[in-house]
Ligand binder design. Structure first.
Ligand code: NDP
Length: 495
């Protein structure tokens, strides 16, 4: 076992240098001059090595009974729990997230490991009657083979864990490429799995640039499935280049919260603060649009602005911090650019909009009002602490506005009217709908994912996650001792 701060690639159960020997650094977005580690920069050859070792490990791992595979996951969950605080601090230092949210990131990894360990005792197929006599029909779940997992930086432990634990319990072997922004968190997660006793070669990690390492995984002929989470444009490229593989894509969002005139306004303000500014708006499920009934708009805006002004910007390690830094200078500049775009488009800036004068990639929590659905700030994913208010006259209009975007991930409505809540559940075009709760807060035993340009492929989490990482095999057993032909030998005269 290598030291916990090993900064190498993980191939065939060994911590190794990249074939090029090139390195890169990971920095702290709250103190950009602080280097957290120097990492081996993988390349195409390293991916090929990883695929070979994953291929060698496949037979044994796929034949290991699933409940036994689950024991490795349970042990990993235990190690994650024991190291939770240390791992959470790592998340905060590498991506900036406030420490209490970083603990949530690690907890989510623990939850999915435990959940998927339990799935190892189910992995249900089904049995069903045959249309013919003395014939038995059932389905089995089979592993797919080598799965390529490509992940973003915004949940640097949780998102890799969702994919890794599910792929493992289904009996697959893995080539994992984490984001180059968060290689330290990824390394620590892999070290937990190594310590838990995962056999060599079952999980391989190649850190390196997406267009080199990521694309080689996508195109590799022996990788059977790709599971990707990240930006819409990257996902579209992956879909185009993957060839005849299974591809699961979890992409961006432009999620909305509807606040009706009968809503509990304090609760709705809480929801917008958490949805819009939690994780500095850097969640695929972040709420960047608030669709407010015109009767309560003024009152709601006053309450919201008051709360935003009280949010504390600062280093995520400080327990009082509400809004931590963005991931990078590029992300900070993007927020400034979109603020300028919003002003030019005619939206009214109510609060925020500036880069504060402090070290780190911070941006003020920002709120625009008088927004409309044809503005870029209400259509495009900014991935920062910028929220737009759109005023509507009735329920029907609120749904129209909610659905006026290319994405369909998460959504929420605040209302005390059951009919309006049901209307929203049925008509909102999104993978997730919350009633009187914010747009964020996925639980691992439920399916997670979106529609439209947010998602293609099966959902992650719960039983649908198992669907993403397994193949269904259909089995017919004929014990009639004669040739029976389906559709042909069936006696239709009975009906
Ligand atoms: P990116 O798409 O930039 O990167 C995601 C991963 O893809 C990284 O590991 C990246 O590598 C890799 N990558 C980049 N280019 C390629 C390529 N040509 N071929 C293969 N892989 C490539 O997204 P971000 O990391 O910036 O993450 C933010 C995005 O993720 C947002 O749009 C957000 O909405 C979305 N997201 C969606 C979620 C969902 O469940 N729907 C959840 C969380 C985030 P590298 O960066 O190292 O070069």
């Amino acid at each position: 076992m290598s030291k916990i701060n090993s900064l190498q690639l993980y191939i065939g159960g060994e911590w190794v240098n990249s074939t090029s020997g090139e390195t890169f650094q990971s920095n702290n977005p709250a103190k950009p001059t602080q280097i957290l580690g120097v990492f081996q920069k993988g390349n195409k050859e390293d991916v090929d090595r990883a695929v070979e070792t994953a291929e060698r490990a496949f037979e044994k791992w796929s034949e290991t009974p699933a409940p036994k595979r689950g024991l490795v996951l349970l042990k990993t969950a235990q190690l994650l729990r024991e190291n939770k605080e240390k791992l959470a601090r790592g998340v905060t230092m590498e991506m900036g997230k406030v420490i209490r949210e970083a603990r949530g990131d690690v907890q989510e990894a623990i939850d999915i490991a435990e959940y998927m360990a339990g799935e190892g005792r189910r992995l249900f197929g089904f049995t069903t009657p045959s249309e013919l006599e003395k014939k038995f029909c059932m389905t089995l779940r089979m592993p797919i083979g080598i799965c390529g997992l490509i992940t973003p930086w915004n949940f640097p432990i949780a998102i890799p864990a969702w994919k890794i634990m599910t792929a493992l319990i289904c009996g697959n072997t893995i080539v994992f490429k984490p984001s180059s922004e968060t290689p330290l968190c990824a390394t620590r997660l892999v070290q937990m799995l190594e310590l838990a006793g995962l056999p060599k070669g079952v999980l391989n990690m190649v850190i390196g640039p997406g267009d080199d390492v990521g694309m080689r995984i996508v195109k590799h002929p022996r990788v059977r499935a790709i599971s990707f989470t990240g930006h819409k444009n990257t996902g579209a490229l992956i879909l185009q280049k993957a060839g005849l593989k299974r591809v699961g894509l979890e992409m961006g969002g432009k999620n909305g919260i509807i606040v009706m005139d009968d809503a509990d306004l304090n609760l709705a303000v809480d929801g917008v603060i958490w949805g819009g500014y939690g994780t500095t708006g850097q969640r695929c499920t972040a709420a960047s649009r608030v669709i407010v009934h015109k009767e309560i708009k003024e009152k709601f805006e006053i309450a919201l602005v008051d709360r935003i002004k009280k949010l504390k910007i600062g280093n995520g390690l400080n327990p009082d911090t509400d809004v931590a830094p963005l991931i990078s200078k590029a992300a900070q500049e993007k927020c400034a650019r979109y603020t300028a775009i919003g002003k030019r488009e005619g939206a009214r800036l109510l609060v925020g909009g500036k880069i504060p004068k402090m070290e780190g990639f911070y941006f003020e929590p920002t709120l625009f009002t008088k927004c409309s659905i044809d503005m870029r700030i209400t259509q495009e994913e900014i991935f920062g602490p910028i929220v737009s208010i759109i005023s509507v006259g009735d329920m029907e209009e609120s749904i129209e506005v909610m659905n006026s975007i290319e994405y369909g991930l998460s959504s929420a409505i605040y209302t005390r009217d059951i009919n309006r809540a049901l209307e929203a559940i049925m008509k909102i075009e999104a993978g997730i709908v919350y009633i009187n709760s914010s747009t964020i807060g996925a639980e691992v035993h439920l399916p997670f994912g979106g529609i439209k340009h947010t998602g293609i492929g099966a959902r992650e989490g719960g039983i649908e996650g198992i669907n993403e990482f397994s193949e269904t095999k259909t089995v017919y057993i004929d014990y009639s001792e004669k040739l029976q032909k389906a559709q042909i030998d069936h006696d239709f005269s009975l009906i």
